[in-house]
Design a protein around this ligand. Sequence first.
Ligand SMILES: NC(=O)c1ccc[n+]([C@@H]2O[C@H](COP(=O)([O-])OP(=O)(O)OC[C@H]3O[C@@H](n4cnc5c(N)ncnc54)[C@H](OP(=O)(O)O)[C@@H]3O)[C@@H](O)[C@H]2O)c1
Length: 333
Amino acid sequence: MKAFVLERYGKKRALKMTDVPTPQLRDDEVLVEVHAAGVNLIDSKIRDGEFKLILPYKFPLVLGHDVAGVVVKVGPRVRQFKVGDEVYARVDDLRIGTFAEFVPVREASLALKPRTLTMEEAASIPLVALTAWQALVERANLNKGQKAFIQAGSGGVGTFAIQLAKHLGATVATTTSAGNIELVKTLGADVVIDYRTQDFEQILRDYDVVLNSQDGKTLEKSLRVLKTGGKLISISGPPDPAFAKASGAPGFVKLVMRLLSLGIRGRAGRRGVDYSFLFMHADGRQLREIARLVDANVIRPVLDRVVPFEQTNEAMTYVEAGRAKGKVVIKVR
Ligand SMILES: NC(=O)c1ccc[n+]([C@@H]2O[C@H](COP(=O)([O-])OP(=O)(O)OC[C@H]3O[C@@H](n4cnc5c(N)ncnc54)[C@H](OP(=O)(O)O)[C@@H]3O)[C@@H](O)[C@H]2O)c1
């Protein structure tokens, strides 16, 4: 099969389009013919070597975490899917590879694709939607009447998280730059802050939840907009002890990870705020719930652009520049 392959770690290193064997299917997996693959920053971060101590990949490595496509083969232990099903998934860590013509996906990580979406739209959803779901539903238990601050509302995670938080009944504040203010309002944001000209710390007060996706300075400021008992959930670090413990990283890496968040955890504790780091995971059951919301028109995907398979490297470079409005998707078939 044709695939975009990383031969070894390297900052900004280009992936090479080449022929590789189709991966062997495991008993609990289905083989998906990839129609479209979503691009995420984690693809670039893995390529650059940022995750090598936590996710020890072998080379040559096919990147790509999000897929929408058609089931062409099922493993003997698979019960819920059959050949011909249209599906979507965020594939499992250490089993990635959606920048290819075929990818094996564990049954438990897969769901039927939302009926109302094209393959490209469906491929834009899994990783960012699961991130928003795991932050706002699972971890924050966000409820009607609460206030949520979702940073970078015009990005992949932000465009989905704003819509999900509104659906849960929350008041939503977000940051973006001037050109995207209309977009985030359309998605439902109640309070929109232009991060280039305004300081969110001066505007927001007594929030229940912050979804932090930016730098350390933004994280510190976020602490101060939360009320006592509020939750600061960061997807951009630093990692916390629970993540370190679950990570399977070597002992010294676990220790370093714990130390990295010592300061923010201490300051959060003194303010009566809960700090946690979220590293999202694959989950087919949650993707089924998400498909229901999409088909009910509660949440719509936001696509910045769809690029042909040959332009996979360009798509990654564009996402790395940090200006995407919603998602970038590669059309594979
Ligand atoms: N831990 C996890 O499980 C997990 C999961 C998903 C993502 N992440 C991480 O979360 C971060 C966000 O991911 P993403 O996919 O949503 O990113 P993205 O789609 O690339 O974000 C791009 C958007 O960010 C906005 N932006 C840039 N700088 C900003 C700032 N200082 N304040 C507010 N908005 C800003 C841009 O708007 P303008 O053009 O208007 O500036 C643009 O629309 C990344 O670091 C990613 O790696 C982590």
